[in-house]
Design a protein. Sequence first.
Length: 214
Amino acid sequence: MHFHGHSPIHRAPAHLKLVALVCFMLVVVATPRTWWPAFVVEALALFVVIGLSRVPPGYLAPRMVIEVPFAVFALLMPFISAGPRTEILGIAVSEPGLHAGLTLLVKGSIGILASLTLAATTEPQDVLRGLERLRMPDLIVQIMGFMIRYLDVVTGELSRMLVAMRSRGCDPRSPRHWPTLARAMGALFIRSYERGERVHLAMLSRGYTGTLPR
């Protein structure tokens, strides 16, 4: 989801951006839930970085949908938590659950938006090189690199499988056809696993010894 640009945030070294993101998230997570002014300052700092990056808010907003499961859980916490009750709009909710849910929602929103900003301003290959400079184990970096490289291949194969299913009268969105969709996902997993084995054998035949050429 990289957004092409030439802002100072885009030009910053990837390893520095990774360190900054980790440090920023540690500060956000460590912020007590009653320090609301601190959350405001952290959010404003993040908005300043987004402004400097010149990434349009409309580009980041749709990708915040990844937060929906956390938001649903945060909204449920006031109703399922124990403790003293308070009324909001005539509904009795747990006061500790209300504070915990709001804190989870705020911290999660800040963290996801910060991660999306990093992804929008840093090429995937630059992220991998940044992890190498930070002494991330080489095997993990290689796995991440292959995951990025073959993600389009797997998603393309999934799209073709869905087209084939629809052409045969199967609607993947219908609960009646979910067993067929589950079998298709199993077949996709097997194909991806076999492709990985073939790629590994091809690498070994070309002299792969555990490290990739720079």
